[in-house]
Design a binder for this molecule. Structure first.
Ligand code: AMP
Length: 182
């Protein structure tokens, strides 16, 4: 299902802008209002499941925490597995980790070392709600490759087009954003 201009406008309208959260100057894109709107959530998930039905994926990897919501639902719709990529210290088994820079300081994401074990040539879609600078997704895509899988695309519900994050990520993996935000 290709999204019409109306579908896109409907999805954009279902996402709430919260000014100055979590700090002054940031406009936080709140997807809880999309999730609680069953029609918006259905339009979005139908679009994603139709787009990725022909990709022969073996897994969806979702980024902590909002990537879990879209990723787990999509994995079920496609009949494939789901793998969480988490902030450091949350995963219970042996992990592989990757640091990335924030505006101030560094952060770290992790994946279980055996996340894709038992599957020949795993093909993975990475998903998150939003790409800003792209640092989190870049580290996450690296993690997928590090544990022996192919990250075939990184998918975001929203892309902040005024930031340069997407071009850096595109050096590593194909990038798809459902909605561009100016
Ligand atoms: P980045 O690594 O800069 O691309 O940041 C991406 C992560 O931060 C994603 O997990 C987003 O959920 C979150 N994020 C960054 N900026 C925003 C924003 N303006 N609104 C909502 N979430 C954001």
């Amino acid at each position: 299902m290709t999204l019409t201009m109306q579908d896109k406008a409907f999805l954009i309208g279902s996402i709430r802008d919260i000014h100055d959260f979590p700090k002054p100057g940031i406009i936080f894109k709140d997807i809880t209002t999309l999730l609680s709107n069953k029609d918006a959530y259905a339009v979005l998930m139908r679009h994603l499941s139709e787009r990725y039905a022909s990709y022969n994926l073996t897994h969806i990897a979702g980024i902590d925490a909002r990537g879990f919501i879209f990723g787990a639902a999509l994995a079920q719709m496609l009949g494939i597995g789901f793998v969480p990529i988490r902030k450091t210290g949350k995963l219970p088994y042996t992990t592989v980790s990757e640091k990335y820079s924030l505006e101030y300081g560094v952060d770290e994401v992790e994946i279980h070392i055996d996340a894709f074990a038992g599957v020949d040539a795993p093909k993975v879609l990475l998903i998150d709600d939003l790409i800003a600078t792209g640092g989190t997704a870049y580290a996450a895509a690296n993690l997928i490759n590090k544990v022996g899988a192919e990250c075939v695309e990184a998918c975001f519900i929203m892309g902040l087009d005024f930031l340069s994050g997407q071009s850096k990520l595109r050096e590593l993996v194909e990038v798809y954003t459902v909605i561009g935000v100016d």
